[in-house]
Ligand binder design. Structure first.
Ligand code: ATP
Ligand code: MG
Length: 760
């Protein structure tokens, strides 16, 4: 019989104890943030071993990230001494890898399979597309891979996905899926999703199922709300007979819908196990009352929830601080200043600065460096070390210094120009005495030694550098960077890819343009700007030990910090600008906001900027709708809404550019568009004043939709690259205006400022 005194139950409340000591039968713990779900899981593992006499190797605990799995294993080992290799505490993927390796030839993948990483996957799918003669322009490898991954997450092999392929594009892509699978087989390879897929299939066999159910008598799953269908099925197979399955989760923290997480899995649990015991945990041990109130009030706006209440006895605590700053740089500086201040109160506390999307780290990183404050970027790469940023930097460096061979090698094939290693070697061999690689390439080109695609593309590449000097001297820095992005074909490459990942990269590049605009306003020239960037990416050894973490909200799931800063509380940032399009989009963003708030233990800061640069141009932001949902009582000072909020701002809301075809007649060629961009930056554009030409415009109140220039849904358009289509949605405004267009081969998202769309 459990007693309070048992060391493993010490400090636990009644329902927590009940959960820890409930050893047999299905158990569902649905509870809000910070209520001790993860704590219960670890204590339960220890309890099973120590009190119920279960062999450690019979317990299987699963979670989502390596970090979480590592922490869980560590916590268990602190409670009971078990050799690490006996504990099956892991992520779903590493569990599956272990199973497939053990089972060797009983599964289609064999024992010695290799795991393909994203670049291996890409080369394979490219090969397949070429075999099928599917043009990459319409069937972008990454988009096809996205579709494949989506099918796999739903446990569908090609032949099982036939009914899902309703449109011609998907039918073709499905053929690619079939060949892609065959390709993996012939390489004796698995991709990441296959690990789950094949393990799930393997467990379907009754004999296997029985053997493994016997092997793993007790299953525990943390963050259950984020399981996808394949993970769900996998757990089902193992638990079906003995039903010793404990899942913990919070439907309000389901934030991976875009990756196939299926909230139905929680709801179905009770259908699959009608006898399940359900335990509610309602006491929150993490946050003070003010923080908890804010979180509860916000999430109450969601309709798709089971509903629950949370209380805390940690006291009322401090109110939330919201601060609206004039611009992004000041926002970052404000955060730095507050961190300094809070250090006095929490000298050893870990702090977190959270943001919605990776591009937002740039100004924070710069402000922290300027203040000499060490930080670590969790789950991400520092801004200036991101692949696309380094690619762009290679172009700029080469413009500055054509002798830079490293930058030549990097830029020449990003985007790909069909220049292989042999051609590259020939170019380098052709470099004249004391000359540059660009000259080497020009020589080969003139001699006619480059053929076909390489000839064409290298011609353009060299043109870029030939024109660059002039551009650099006649244009501002931001305009130059933007020009390079377009001329290099980089924007086009990302646009054609059309995946979420590509969009993230695009946002980073836009943020880079903004960095250039910042530098320009300080009067820096290209070379000086590059020097600054180089210094900014110089790595700091203190970082690992730093108490300050920067990360996305997604990355912060399950973690807690005494002080949390949540930056960028603006519409189209948080909620993200794609959210409005997706069904359930805003609700998922709100869950994300709930996750963010509930990371804070003692103090939560929220910040926003009135103006932010987008593609180097200043736009007025609108404060996030989520701020309105915060209870006024929980805030240090009420938020002043309406035009008042904008008095201090300048410029007009929603930027100024006539987006694709703003007034009907659209820009016909990319060249005109670039010229338009330049004119805009110089403040010459007739359509709307850029920042330079806007001495004191009337403040414009926030509006739900960008004014003017946006074509309505249903508009028939024509794209030089993708042909005819119909607009199905528009998001963002001005520079960020993005259309979703349905073409005959499927939907694409097209950034208006680059898409060259024409109205039919
Ligand atoms: P999330 O939903 O964010 O994943 P969670 O429900 O998993 O949160 P935990 O991380 O387990 O919550 O616990 C939150 C905090 O509360 C931790 O610091 C944990 O140590 C503490 N805690 C949990 N239960 C108790 C308790 N009974 N007494 C004191 N502290 C507790
Ligand atoms: Mg947890």
């Amino acid at each position: 019989e459990p007693t309070q005194d048992h060391p493993l139950l010490r400090n636990l409340n009644g329902p927590q104890q009940e959960a820890v000591t409930h050893t047999e039968g299905p158990l569902l713990i649905l509870a809000g943030a910070g209520s001790g779900k993860t704590t219960v899981i670890t204590r339960r593992i220890a309890w099973l071993i120590e009190e119920a006499g279960v062999r450690p190797a019979s317990i299987l605990a699963m979670t989502f990230t390596n970090k979480a799995a590592g922490e869980m294993a560590e916590r268990v080992q602190r409670l009971v001494s078990v050799p690490a290799e006996q504990l099956w505490v892991s992520t779903f993927h590493s569990f599956c890898t272990r199973i497939l390796r053990r089972e060797g030839d009983r599964t289609p993948v064999g024992r010695d399979f290799v795991i393909f990483d994203p670049s291996d996957q890409r080369s394979l799918v490219k090969q397949v597309l070429a075999d099928l003669k599917l043009p990459e322009k319409q069937f972008h490898p990454k988009r096809v891979l996205e579709l494949i991954s989506d099918f796999k997450n739903r446990c569908l092999l090609p032949e099982e996905a036939v009914e899902e392929a309703l449109d011609p594009w998907t039918r073709k892509a499905l053929e690619a899926y079939k060949l892609y699978q065959a390709g993996l087989r012939s390489h004796k390879a698995c991709d990441f999703d296959d690990l789950l897929l094949y393990t799930e299939r393997f467990f379907r066999e009754p004999a296997v199922q029985a053997a493994y159910a016997d092997r793993f008598r007790y299953l525990l799953v943390d963050e259950y709300q984020d399981t996808n269908r394949a993970q769900y099925m996998l757990v089902q197979h193992l638990a079906r007979t003995h039903k010793n399955l404990c899942v913990v989760g919070d439907e309000d923290q389901s934030i991976y819908g875009w990756r196939g997480a299926d909230i139905r899995n929680i709801l179905d649990f009770r259908r699959d196990f009608p006898e399940a015991v359900q335990i509610k945990l309602e006491q929150n041990y993490r946050s003070t009352q003010q923080i908890l109130d804010a979180a509860s009030t916000v999430i109450a706006n969601n309709t798709q929830r089971l509903g629950k209440s949370l209380w805390t006895d940690l006291g009322l605590g401090e109110k939330l601080t919201f601060r609206l700053l004039d611009e992004g740089r000041l926002e970052a500086e404000y955060v730095v200043e507050r961190i300094r201040h809070e250090r006095f109160r929490f000298p050893d506390g870990r702090f977190a600065v959270l943001y919605r999307a990776n591009w937002q780290s740039r100004q924070l990183e710069e402000a922290l460096r300027a203040a000499n404050m060490p930080y670590k970027l969790v789950g991400g790469v520092k801004f200036y070390e991101r692949q696309e940023v380094k690619d762009l930097l290679a172009y700029l460096r080469l413009i500055c210094n054509p002798f830079d061979l490293v930058s030549f090698r990097r830029s020449v094939n990003s985007p790909s120009r069909g220049v292989g290693a042999t051609t590259l070697a020939r170019i380098e061999a052709a470099i004249p005495e004391g000359g540059t690689a660009l000259e080497g390439a020009a020589i080969l080109l003139r001699k006619g030694e480059l053929k076909g695609r390489a000839q064409r593309e290298m011609g353009r590449y060299l043109d870029l550098f030939a024109a660059a000097a002039k551009e650099a001297s006649s244009q501002g820095l931001a305009a130059l960077v933007r020009w390079v992005l377009v001329e290099s074909g980089y924007v086009r490459m990302l646009e054609e890819e059309g995946t979420l990942e590509a969009e993230g990269r695009m946002r980073n590049l836009e943020e880079f343009v903004s960095a250039a605009a910042d530098a320009e306003s300080l009067g820096l020239r290209l070379a000086e700007f590059l020097d600054r960037v180089t210094l900014a990416s110089d790595t700091d050894e203190l970082e690992e030990a730093s108490l300050l973490s920067l990360m996305t909200v997604h990355c912060a799931k399950g973690l807690e910090f005494p002080v949390v800063f949540l930056v960028g509380m603006e519409e189209d940032v948080f909620p993200n600008r794609n959210a409005r399009e997706a069904e359930d989009g805003v609700e998922e963003e709100r869950r994300l906001f709930y996750v963010a708030i509930t990371r804070a233990q003692a103090k939560l800061y929220l910040t926003a900027a009135r103006r932010r640069r987008a593609m180097g141009q200043e736009v007025l932001g609108m404060p996030s709708r989520f701020l309105r949902e915060l209870p006024e009582d929980a805030l240090e000072a009420p938020i002043r809404w309406g035009t008042e909020l904008y008095r201090a701002g300048q410029g007009t809301f929603g930027s100024t550019r006539p987006a694709a075809g703003g007034g009907g007649g659209s820009v016909a060629s990319e060249l005109n568009r670039i010229r338009g961009l330049f004119a805009q930056v110089r403040g010459e554009a007739p359509a709307g004043p850029g920042p330079a030409a806007a001495p004191d415009p009337e403040p414009v109140p926030p509006q739900p939709a960008p004014p003017g220039g946006t074509w309505p849904r249903g508009t028939r358009v024509r794209s030089p690259r993708f042909g005819r289509g119909v607009i199905t949605a528009a998001t963002g405004g001005g520079d960020m205006l993005t259309y979703t267009v349905r073409f005959s081969d499927g939907e694409r998202r097209i950034v208006a400022r680059f898409g060259m769309l024409e109205r039919e």
